[in-house]
Design a protein. Structure first.
Length: 57
């Protein structure tokens, strides 16, 4: 999350969701507990926006 731009974060988030969601009905997508303090807020926001857009079962 630190070295990518928001578009890359969104694409990677969607890819992870597409790979995992067909196999479970209780998938929780979160940032890691070791998130760098220098991570751009825009990247974190991009991940959450992607989850909100595509995360429904």
């Amino acid at each position: 999350m630190l070295q990518k731009n928001p578009d890359e974060i969104s694409k990677e988030t969607k890819k992870i969701m597409d790979e995992v969601m067909p196999y479970t009905d209780r998938f929780v997508m979160r940032e890691a507990n070791n998130l760098s303090p220098c991570t751009p807020f825009e990247n974190i926001y991009a991940m959450y926006q992607t989850v909100r857009k595509y995360g429904g079962y």
